[in-house]
Design a protein around this ligand. Sequence first.
Ligand code: UTP
Length: 332
Amino acid sequence: MKAIIPVAGIGTRLQPLTNKTPKVLINVAGKPMLFHLIDELIKSGKIGTIILIIGYLGEQIRDAIAKTYGNSNVKFEYAEQKETLGLGHAVYHAKKFVKDEPVLIVLGDTIFEFDLNSVLANEYSAIGVKDVEDTSRFGIVENENGFVKRMIEKPAPGTTNSKAAIAGVYFVKEGQRLFKSVEYLMANDIKTKNEFQLTDALMKLVMDGEKMIVFEIENWFDCGKPETLLSTNSYLLNRDYKAEQQYEFTGTSVYPPVFIGEGVDIKNAHIGPNVTIADGSKVKNSCVTNSIILENAVAENAELDYVVLGAGEHITGIQTNIVKADNIISSF
Ligand code: UTP
């Protein structure tokens, strides 16, 4: 089966981190967020081809995938979305790779926990949802006997009783029908919030008679903002913690869970909990908690809590709730 992953977005909410690094390549709990997703797809044993919709800094994504998955049995295809005109528009770029066959669509900047094999075995198209309290920030699905009845983008308060938010996992039985639905939106310039939305294309399918079931996503971790990037990092480190994983560095106490990459140099430090330090970084005379330090960065005489330090950056002093990248410090 084929999976489509749109990763063409600019990632404005993670700037300045995304000025030079594509959002989906940012290391969360030891590997790029996109690789958490790809590894799950490969583990299912059911996905033979992964189609990436690339755009902004797309070459970096291609290179990273070739390096990591060059020897895997899964085939990678790439399509370029030159303008980020929305998720429906992004997915449409996979058209040339898909025959009249089922496709799985998953967002590249989200980490999911759900039973993938049972979704892929569905008799009908399917959309993943998770209940949320504040429905006004999400696409919301109303169902009738488990089948999608209506989807509403960011509903005004009191306009729906449903709390089922669209989580970013879609299974479409006949991929080509979905592309036709997007073509209809484009031909008639039907946009919501100025974008060709996947939600609108799916709603058109339902209105045209497609049966689409709603399934529960157990857990759903967004990596799109600094605070969610750090909470996802912390969740994954705790989930995957193995007591036998020990780290030893001169004059240093390590409080798990942490991930420390290859070639990392640490001296006289307090590390953890909930810390990722990517390959080639240096930490000297510092205390680091609840943070991500990306590749080849340096923390010296620093006290970092809820900090994302971009690749190759240098930081000192007491810092909290900041992102530093491209030599710019941004608070959150
Ligand atoms: P987001 O809505 O989070 O957009 O897209 P973004 O650009 O990544 O981040 P912000 O909003 O500017 O901070 C969700 C996923 O869909 C992809 C993105 O790359 C991301 O993986 N996407 C979105 C596309 O590929 N093309 C689009 O036109 C829109």
